[in-house]
Design a protein around this ligand. Structure first.
Ligand code: DUC
Ligand code: ZN
Ligand code: ZN
Length: 456
């Protein structure tokens, strides 16, 4: 065998056991004991996890003349260092642009640059006949998910378009992932605040309160239910949206939801930091008051919230975020997180008794792989699966800081937080790409992943 990982505790969403793993040609070929291979990694005292899957990241995202600062190379290096071996970014067509053309452009940015495996969600910004046709043909090429927005002028679709898109998704095994916030309400509230001279980051969450998110989520769930299409609610942040999701799930509807580490761990008091530092936390939907966090953790533990993604979308504080210094509505939305998701969820989740070890693996690897047509190639440790592995030291303590992280941005939302448990060695398709916190893998090692149709 090419590679053997010896002496660790293998952990999947379902079980954990002591075993050696044998890797040949980038796949797991043997799970047993006393295995021998050309290269041996000693995992004694460590947990061996499947490579983690971050199903919602924005690398090189253009917004209003700015571009998010991690590209497919730097962003995937940061991902790898944090234990993430598969990412899903987005095809982002402009209005009127063909989805096919947008796909080709995005692939040109990613191919040969990414160092972990990657794929892209489709995005539809209209329901024109050409778009519907392209959706279907791209699905047949393995782009089996679709991002839809209920806000953002450049991307949003109305309810009529949403219904057409959901029908096509249903009929072709495409799973929709929807950003749910009520556009008119946000525009109304933003305009009110600005007219009153309320321009600080403090007003960002007040312009997008929980009911604004929950209303759109309830509406999208209703539309998906009407046409019988499964749906994933993106970055759910609050009890109100949780109630809408839970109610539909209890009625038997195929509704799933993702949550981010930011919304599990950070709160809206950060918007009041001095010296405009609140801008670092301007992301949408916004951070909520702390009382939402415990319900989110409980929902994640029991599976009502299916998975944890980052919505990684970094903008520099020194430069790009300053655009909104005198007008919070001009602050580019988003924050970094691709590198810190796994250590934070392990430390704050498993370490603090909020998540079982298995549910942690499930939410950060197995469920995103299943929902997005990557399982069992990704998301688990099994004979035949890709040898994407994270050898994780459960006792290593790391103080998070932008100075030592690999994310290409000048701040970390979790600056100074101590996490206990960190990836020591990260392997992508049998290739060691991270050792002791540093990226050592080959340039462009990441492969594009054509995905299976949705089949939960
Ligand atoms: N919110 C989004 O919806 N997309 C990118 C970043 C953000 O904060
Ligand atoms: Zn979003
Ligand atoms: Zn996003």
């Amino acid at each position: 065998m090419d590679l053997v990982i010896k002496g660790g505790t293998v952990v999947t969403a379902a079980d954990h056991y002591q075993a050696d793993l044998g890797v040949q040609d980038g796949r797991i070929v043997h799970i047993g004991s006393d295995l021998a291979g050309r290269q041996v990694v000693d995992a004694t005292g460590c947990l061996v996890f499947p490579g983690f899957v971050d199903a919602h990241v924005h690398l090189s995202l253009p917004v209003g003349g700015l571009v998010s600062t991690d590209d497919f190379r730097t962003g995937t290096i940061a991902a790898a260092c944090g234990g993430t071996t598969t990412i899903i970014d987005f095809i982002s067509p402009e209005r009127g642009q063909s989805l096919r053309e947008a796909t080709d452009l995005r692939r040109a940015e990613a191919d040969g640059q990414a160092v972990v495996d990657y794929t892209l969600h489709q995005t539809a910004v209209d329901a024109e006949p050409r778009t519907l046709r392209e959706l279907v043909s791209l699905a047949s090429e393995g782009y089996t998910s679709l991002k839809l927005y209920t806000t953002y002028a450049a991307e949003m679709v109305d309810d009529a378009a949403m219904l057409h898109l959901l029908e096509v998704a249903r009929d072709h095994g495409i799973v929709p992932l929807v950003h749910t916030e009520n556009h008119a309400a946000i525009e109304h509230l933003k305009a009110r605040f600005l007219a009153e001279g309320k321009v600080e980051p403090h007003y960002h969450p007040l312009s997008r309160p929980p009911t604004v998110e929950a209303e759109a989520a309830y509406r999208v769930i209703t539309l998906a239910g009407l046409v019988g299409c499964p749906v994933i609610i993106a970055h759910l942040t609050c009890r109100e949206t949780l109630a809408a999701v839970e109610r539909a799930q209890q009625a038997g509807q195929a509704v799933y939801a993702e949550v981010t580490p930011n919304h599990l761990l950070l709160d809206d008091e950060l918007y009041d930091l001095p010296d405009f530092e609140g801008a670092k936390f301007v992301l949408s939907p916004p951070l909520r008051d702390r009382s939402h966090q415990a319900p989110l953790w409980r929902a994640l533990a029991r599976g009502t919230l299916a998975m944890v993604s980052t919505d990684h979308c970094p903008w520099t504080f020194a430069d790009q975020k300053q655009r909104g210094r005198r007008d919070f509505t001009r602050i580019p939305n988003g924050a970094p997180g691709i590198e810190t998701r796994v250590p934070l969820l392990y430390s704050e989740g498993v370490g603090k008794g909020r998540l079982s070890l298995h549910r942690f693996v499930d939410a950060c690897a197995t469920t995103p792989a299943r929902l997005y047509g990557l399982f069992p190639r990704k998301g688990t440790i099994a004979v035949g699966s890709d040898a994407d592995l994270v050898i994780f030291d459960p006792d290593q303590e790391v103080i998070l800081s932008h100075a030592t992280l690999h994310q290409n941005v000048d701040y970390c939302p979790f600056e100074g937080w101590t996490v206990r448990g960190y990836p020591r060695t990260v392997i992508v398709r049998g290739q060691i790409v991270v050792q002791d916190g540093e990226f050592i893998g080959p340039a462009g090692w990441g492969q594009f992943l054509a995905r299976q149709p949705f089949n939960w």
